[in-house]
Design a protein around this ligand. Structure first.
Ligand SMILES: NC(=O)c1ccc[n+]([C@@H]2O[C@H](COP(=O)([O-])OP(=O)(O)OC[C@H]3O[C@@H](n4cnc5c(N)ncnc54)[C@H](O)[C@@H]3O)[C@@H](O)[C@H]2O)c1
Length: 360
């Protein structure tokens, strides 16, 4: 351990607190999870090596989040550890034997992956295997939650018939109104290297569930958001948009007339689902996890609403070429997750998310 890290209390004692391990704990979802579980009395162990800064430069630097967590969380232990470091990761999981593992560390960008294919695959796929195997060896009963992505479906969602409305694309057929379900196919589709590395991890997480009987879940995220996001042009749609308006940066819209649709879920609502899964784990579960139709918004709709909240105009540049594999209209079908976990509800409406990002 480096001096910046704290040593966990000894395991096994009668006074041992409930313990959760979070990877990517300085990122958007991971840092929310640190606060969320800390507030609920857990001892939270977070792994993050600030690789987001390495991926995205100064905009991606997460050290401000770590500092905030160090000040605010009561039972937080941070490890500046690279999840690709297999021996150290295996040793740490064995030392901690947490009762919940939440795996959020990743190379999260669709676009960046092509420039750093080895880093992308090693962080997203190989390091997920490291963590799965660590869990199997040391705490196989522990619920293992993996933040997967809707990019595992590649661009297959774009095959649905669409209709172009004034400010957004939408599904043309009523039977698609609820959005994309977990039965969407994952092969024979263009993923981007990022989608492929996450799909490899997603398959492995399912396999550790089915093959070894471990309580694993893949959460295939839509757009996950919140004010903790170190938003960058390549990752963090709404957070970066708010930042671009506030800081008067030029913002590029790539193709589809800016009418491409995303469904947005606040990182708090991700954590409340993780808590629900922890209370009622399943084996090899898969859920699409987004904001659903109610929290959906197109790029140009989001710009208009954030401009209004911030009282400033955005400097927009249209680029005709769309992003490779970009979804034209993606809305998560939440019927399966709601049927299995009816106690889980989305607390952050789109209005609330936008106000938080605008700081009003
Ligand atoms: N934010 C979204 O819109 C979204 C959408 C779908 C899926 N997801 C998935 O959810 C998860 C969390 O996303 P996020 O938005 O919080 O990402 P994030 O980039 O904000 O957080 C990820 C964290 O992992 C850390 N990290 C990266 N590589 C590491 C390594 N090798 N060792 C240790 N730490 C490392 C980074 O420093 C960063 O703090 C990711 O798996 C992502 O693919 C996110």
């Amino acid at each position: 351990m480096t001096p910046s890290e704290s040593r966990p209390p000894q395991a096994g004692g009668r006074s041992r607190l409930r313990r959760v391990l979070v990877t990517g704990s300085s990122g958007l979802v991971g840092s929310e999870a640190v606060s969320y579980f800390d507030a609920r009395g857990f001892e939270v162990h977070g792994i993050d090596n600030n690789m987001r800064r390495d991926f995205f430069g100064p905009d991606g630097d997460t050290s401000w989040v770590l500092e905030r967590l160090r000040r605010s969380a009561r039972r937080f232990h941070h490890y500046d550890l690279d999840i690709r470091d297999r021996p150290r990761l295996l040793a740490l999981v064995d030392e901690l034997r947490p009762e919940l593992i939440l795996h959020c560390a990743s190379q999260p960008s669709h676009d960046l992956a092509k420039d750093r294919p080895f880093d992308d695959f090693e962080v997203n796929a190989v390091a997920t295997l490291n963590l799965l195997e660590a869990a199997r060896r040391s705490c196989p009963e522990t619920p293992f939650v993996f933040l997967s992505t809707n990019k595992v479906y590649g661009d297959a969602p774009n095959e649905l018939p669409l209709v172009e409305l004034a400010t957004r694309w939408d599904y043309a057929r009523p039977e698609h109104h609820h959005g994309i379900g977990e039965d969407c196919r994952v092969d024979a589709t263009l993923h981007s290297l990022f989608g492929a590395s996450k799909l490899a991890a997603d398959a492995m997480v399912q396999e550790y569930g089915r093959y070894f009987g471990m309580p694993t879940v893949c959460l295939r995220g839509g757009c996950l958001t919140g004010s903790r996001h170190s938003g960058t042009e390549m990752h963090g749609f709404l957070a970066y948009l708010a930042r671009a308006i506030r800081e008067e940066r030029k913002y590029r819209i790539y193709g589809y007339g800016g009418k491409q649709v995303r469904d947005n879920l606040h990182s708090f609502d991700v954590c409340s689902f993780v808590e629900a899964f922890h209370a009622k784990p399943r084996i090899a579960a898969i859920y699409n996890l987004g904001g659903g139709r109610e929290n959906s918004v197109s790029v140009i709709e989001a710009i208009e609403r954030l401009e209004h909240l911030l009282g400033k105009k955005l400097d927009v540049e249209y680029v005709d070429q769309s992003r490779v594999g970009d979804h034209i209209c993606y809305i998560s079908d939440l019927r399966k997750i709601r049927a299995d976990y009816p106690e889980w509800t989305i607390e952050h409406s789109l209005d609330r998310i936008l106000s938080e990002l605008a700081g009003v």
